[in-house]
Write a protein of this length. Structure first.
Lengths: 307, 197
């Protein structure tokens, strides 16, 4: 009787002390990891800041300089004489920089109508889970371009400001899964000078773009801009690209009916017809340079990576 | 008979008292022997012998618990919390290598094998062997590592250096980057523990 009582108490004592023992730490760990206050942002909705010609919701990271070269050949249907377009070339060269977590700027020069362009892109909303659930991200793009091609009628009174183009765009994007992302881009393009007085200065367009991963490092992108008040003789822009990621840069192989790579031009001035084989091949190259190490706050430019 | 009953009763009482006391003491110990940290530092270096570019990252938000009486130690980090010098490298690390949306954390659950050689109540530096299960990229493998536990003025800190093979945790290293990323990744961990209240 005594013995059994002692044994019972002994056992209960052990089980009592055992309750908070074996998986205790693991449980504490799970709990501690579970109440993290950090929002879980959707990252890498797209591989780079451009889908094909147009922007994505991706921005260059703070302190990172992105050197971009966009290259477009001639139209495929110009035949063997032009080596299926490869004889011709049009390009845009640009430097784009991430100022902070939500703002990036860029400036570029295109051979297309000898155009200079500049833009800012800002994050308004970020897709995230956790503390707050936000299903999509929204960015604003404001772009300006000036064409410096000589005026076709030099005898007219021509103003420098006549060559200005402005684009305002919202980029509404969602990463649906690891491999599939979609974006919608309501856009307005303002042209200071139009050819005829009946032409509208403001063109409204809606872009739709998506990407589908083919593997971890390659994906296919499709992008289409529908113009609501489409100008005469202009075709809506449709483009397809393959992203190939190779370490420090992203290579995009593009097929498009647009000769230009800046908003106002490819949205409202594309003339190529896909059904006639009026398709332009080309590529975008992006190479990033880290100017500021994000791990060291206040680092100056002395540790520029020059590779 | 009556006397016998009485003795039995006292016996019962004293045993119960002992049990209650022991439970109380053991609970008290339990509360005092768990140490934790929320800002353990985890560092890794995956640079090859002759680096084309240095691949290293740091995570300062490791969570760890240490039970000094049982010698149990657990560790976890969020993979997305690793900071690289280059943002693109960080993106590739999360997207292509660690698939951190699918496998958001890495953790270690194990124990100190030579607990008897560590005196947590005496200042000093103690070499320890730790063994347990390491989970990275959704794959759990038994692992052992050498470490050092420092006790100073009641504060406990721990450091450890070990290596993992990428292939063991099914982290792809495509042939195009084979000369840029080391197959064996060096990991170092350091934690300054505080008493869990």
């Amino acid at each position: 009787m005594k013995q059994s009582l002692v044994t019972f108490i002994f056992i209960s004592f052990f089980s009592l002390s055992g309750i908070c023992q074996p998986d205790d730490l693991s449980k504490m760990l799970e709990e501690e990891m579970g109440n993290s206050n950090e929002p879980d942002y959707a990252t890498a909705t797209f591989k780079t800041t451009r889908l094909v010609n147009g922007h994505t919701n991706e921005q260059v990271a703070p302190g990172v300089l992105d050197f971009r070269i966009g290259h477009r050949f001639g139209a495929f249907n110009t035949g063997v004489y032009n080596f299926f377009g490869l004889d011709q070339a049009s390009m845009r060269m640009a430097f784009e920089y991430g100022i902070n977590d939500w703002l990036m700027i860029g400036a570029g020069r295109s051979t297309y109508q000898k155009t200079y362009d500049g833009f800012i892109k800002a994050k308004i909303l970020r897709q995230q889970k956790g503390k707050r659930n936000v299903p999509l991200s929204i960015n604003y793009l404001g772009a300006m371009a000036v064409k410096t091609l000589k005026f076709s009628n030099p005898e007219n009174t021509n103003y420098f400001t006549s060559n200005f183009f402005y684009t305002h765009q919202l980029i509404i994007a969602r990463k649906f899964s690891e491999s599939f992302s979609l974006q919608v881009l309501p856009t307005v393009v303002h042209r200071n000078l139009v050819e005829k007085s009946i032409d509208e200065h403001d063109i409204f367009a809606i872009g739709v773009g998506g990407r589908m991963k083919l593997s971890k490092r390659t994906c296919v992108n499709v992008e289409y801009f529908y113009q609501i008040n489409k100008p005469r003789d202009v075709i809506n822009s449709l483009a397809i690209a393959f992203d190939i990621e190779t370490g420090g840069h992203v290579f995009q192989l593009a097929f498009t009916n647009a000769a230009a790579m800046i908003e106002h031009a490819f949205i409202t001035q594309s003339v190529g017809r896909w059904d006639k084989g009026d398709v332009i091949g080309g590529f975008n190259l992006s190479r990033v340079f880290t100017l500021k190490d994000p791990r060291k706050k206040g680092t100056k430019n002395e540790d520029v990576q020059s590779k | 008979m009556l006397i016998k009953f009485k003795t039995h009763n006292t016996m019962k009482k004293s045993v119960l008292f002992f049990a209650a006391f022991a439970t109380f003491v053991s609970m008290n110990i339990n509360a005092q022997d768990v140490y934790f940290t929320k800002n353990a530092k985890v560092n890794f270096n995956a640079s090859p012998a002759e680096p084309i570019e240095v691949i290293d990252a740091v995570n300062n938000e490791g969570t760890s618990f240490l039970n000094t009486t049982k010698g149990e130690i657990v560790f976890a980090v969020l993979i997305k919390g690793f900071r690289f010098e280059r943002a693109l490298m960080e993106e590739h690390f999360n997207e292509n290598y660690m698939e951190s949306t699918k496998f958001p954390k890495g953790d270690f659950k194990g124990k100190i094998d030579n607990l008897s050689e560590v005196n947590f109540s005496k200042d000093g530096s103690y070499k320890v062997k730790v063994s347990g299960n390491l989970t990275i990229h959704g794959i759990t493998k038994p692992t052992t590592a050498d470490g050092v536990i420092n006790v100073k003025a009641g504060k406990i800190s721990a450091t450890s250096n070990f290596s993992v093979k990428l292939a063991d945790y099914k982290i792809d290293r495509p042939s195009v980057v084979a000369n840029k990323i080391n197959e064996t990744v060096k990991i170092s961990v350091s934690a300054n523990y505080e008493l869990k209240k």
